[in-house]
Design a protein around this ligand. Structure first.
Ligand code: FRU
Length: 615
């Protein structure tokens, strides 16, 4: 490693560097050499410190080859700041302790001379720190009780498992910016599904590609040869093509060792997001893989998680075919009140959702360990079913080995249509609340999946800000103040009896004129959510919409639980039989709930509002 300080001093003594350019040259411990208009080398010593990289949001990525011992250790893509720094991201130098690290940086086109390239804001802003401090600059929209990364971009949750009292949540993560790139498995843990601890990244890109979505299982019997109770992950290596790769962890999911025989599944066309589980009946591993562009799911079996045999496919021509099929899940559940059990096949789809963009589609049917057969409706057709009638629940999958036979699931609370444009920058985005998936028989005799808030969430209840046995709501709205502590973060509960045709409107509003209207139409058995005037909506033409959900009841009665957490509203109806998850960006917190009913005949009761807190 060059002694950088000595190098700069010597140059200055020789009169080569002016004091201004000296300052521009580098922070302590860095040597920056511009090699051309778009190519710069940054030299630094590996060790227990972080190289802070200045990022500018709306420019193109620079490609950085990280060279160690003359080899490319990894390649990352970062929007290195050109004219201004929007935020900083840390690059961890600890894997390269005692070695010289050279960042070979190719910046995007657009500089006309080396002199101009030298002026890029990133060169002056890079610095070495230990530890790094990440200022929370976006409190306004940072959720209190939803999982969100500290910084960087997040999409799908994946690879989740529960072990020894800990819920492990992995997610599609870009640690170097707030747009999709550098896909890595980020990792967070929780013992209560409310308080999340950020952990070091779990699986990073390698020569086979970046690390796309997948799943993890606990190999209780050690079938893969990694030992009993090893955590085994299967993910998509996304390089030139998509392949499936294996990794295992012997420290409870904190660090993973990649399998030297990777990839373990290759196909002739795009396939991703492997989701596997142990089949207790057939005593082998089962796997669902999204055959994305073919709009179908492929099913495999394996004795040892390493060798997989293709058994069948499901989906061609079924359900929504308007987008790629991604992020599958497959599990068995009892059907509420029937004594029957059914299988649920989750097929996330993008675009093609009921309100545009991405959404969670599912099928109910039977699975014999090799083939999935979907239930049909009265006309013999396979119905298209949606798990969430909001716009912001995607890539929902469930935890392996959840306790007490629970089927706990979580989604990415955004939509591919505008996820990269939402008005946050330091982090994008959050997960939905965790949900318990169940099955129930709808009024049409079909079996549907419900998703109820996980029971742990009641522990967040703080002050009971309002409790009303019954509410007289006529044409003129009656209004109630929402709690003002914690930016109005709260849970609202109420029951509505709309009789045979009543129209009941719940409005959340603030003094800035932002509002959300939620209308229950007892006659049509629907509930709508209008966020067209909810706050900042103009960052995408696809954001200001009204979403509408069937309420799956036939008696005009619904019970609602509504969670508001700064930039999201989740409406759970009738114990999760209908759900709407929608993002909102109010310019100030909603402060009022108003209730009205068109005919003045609706009975509204058991209205409770709790402020919410994290323990
Ligand atoms: C779904 C998805 C997956 C893929 C991942 C990449 O949102 O497209 O199919 O594995 O995102 O980040």
């Amino acid at each position: 490693m060059t002694n950088i300080k000595r190098f700069i001093t010597a140059m200055a003594a020789m009169g080569i560097l002016t004091s201004a350019s000296l300052q521009a040259a580098a922070a302590d411990g860095l040597e920056i050499n511009h090699l051309g208009v778009n190519n710069t080398l940054v030299r630094v010593e590996g060790g227990d410190q972080f190289l802070m990289l200045p990022v500018q949001e709306n420019i193109d990525d620079a490609r950085i080859n990280v060279l160690v011992d003359g080899k490319i250790a990894e390649t990352i893509y970062v929007r290195l700041a050109k004219s201004k720094t929007d935020f900083m991201v840390p690059y961890d130098l600890s894997p390269y302790k005692g070695k010289e690290v050279i960042l070979d940086i190719v910046t995007p086109q657009g500089r006309s001379s080396v002199r101009e390239a030298k002026e890029d804001a990133c060169w002056k802003g890079m610095e070495l720190v230990d530890p790094f401090v990440m200022p929370d600059t976006e409190k306004k929209y940072r959720p209190l009780f939803h999982h969100a990364p500290l910084y960087g971009w997040m999409n799908d949750p994946n690879g989740m498992f529960y072990k020894d009292g800990v819920w492990h949540l992995y997610y599609q993560y870009n640690p170097y910016g707030s747009k999709w790139q550098n896909m890595t498995w980020g990792h967070s843990t929780s013992t209560d599904l409310i308080n999340w601890e950020h952990q070091p990244e779990a699986i990073r890109p390698d020569g086979l590609g970046s690390i796309f979505s997948g799943s993890s299982v606990i190999d209780h019997e050690g079938t893969a040869g990694f030992g009993k109770d090893a955590v085994v992950a299967l993910y998509t290596s996304a390089g030139t093509s998509q392949m499936q790769s294996l990794a295992h962890s012997l420290d409870g999911g904190r660090t993973f060792v990649k399998y030297p025989g990777n990839p373990v599944i290759t196909l002739e066309s795009e396939a991703r997001d492997p989701n596997m589980f142990w089949n207790d009946v057939t005593k082998e591993w089962n796997l669902v893989l999204a055959h994305a562009l073919d709009h179908e799911m492929l099913f495999f079996t394996s004795p040892d998680l390493k060798t997989w045999t293709l058994q069948s496919a499901f989906g061609k021509g079924e359900g929504s075919q308007d987008g790629v099929w991604e992020c599958p899940d497959l599990f068995k559940l009892p059907v509420d009140g029937t004594g029957e059990e059914k299988w649920v096949l989750i097929c996330n789809i993008n675009p093609g959702g009921p309100f545009g963009g991405s959404a969670v589609q599912y099928f109910v049917g039977d699975w014999d360990g090799k083939t999935f057969k979907a239930d049909t409706d009265a006309e013999g057709k396979v119905p298209t079913k949606w798990l969430d009638y909001g716009k912001d629940n995607y890539a929902l999958v469930s935890w392996s080995d959840a306790p007490d036979g629970r089927r706990t699931a979580i989604g990415w609370m955004s939509n591919w249509q505008y996820a990269a444009d939402v008005p946050t920058m330091q982090f994008r985005s959050a997960n939905t609340l965790p949900r318990e998936i169940g099955l129930f028989k709808g009024p049409d005799g079909q079996i549907y999946a419900s998703s109820a808030p996980s029971p742990e969430l009641t522990a967040m209840r703080g002050r009971l800000a309002l409790s009303k046995g019954s509410v007289k709501a006529g044409k003129n709205p009656v209004s109630f103040a929402l709690p003002s502590e914690n930016s109005g973060i709260c849970e609202i509960l109420l029951d509505i009896d709309g009789g045979s045709k009543e129209d009941v409107t719940l409005t959340l509003s603030n003094k800035a004129g932002n509002k959300v209207d939620m209308v229950y139409d007892a006659g049509k058995h629907t509930m709508s959510f209008d966020r067209r005037e909810s706050g900042i909506v103009d960052f995408s033409e696809n954001f200001p919409v009204v979403t509408v959900s069937p309420t799956f009841e036939s008696n005009g009665r619904i019970s609602l639980r509504i969670f508001i957490d700064r930039a999201s509203i989740e409406v759970f109806g009738n114990g999760g039989e209908f759900v709407m998850t929608n993002l909102v960006f109010p310019t100030e917190p909603y402060s009022t709930l108003s209730v009205s009913s068109l005919g003045g005949k609706a009975k509204i009761s058991n209205l409770k509002i709790y402020s919410l807190k994290q323990s």
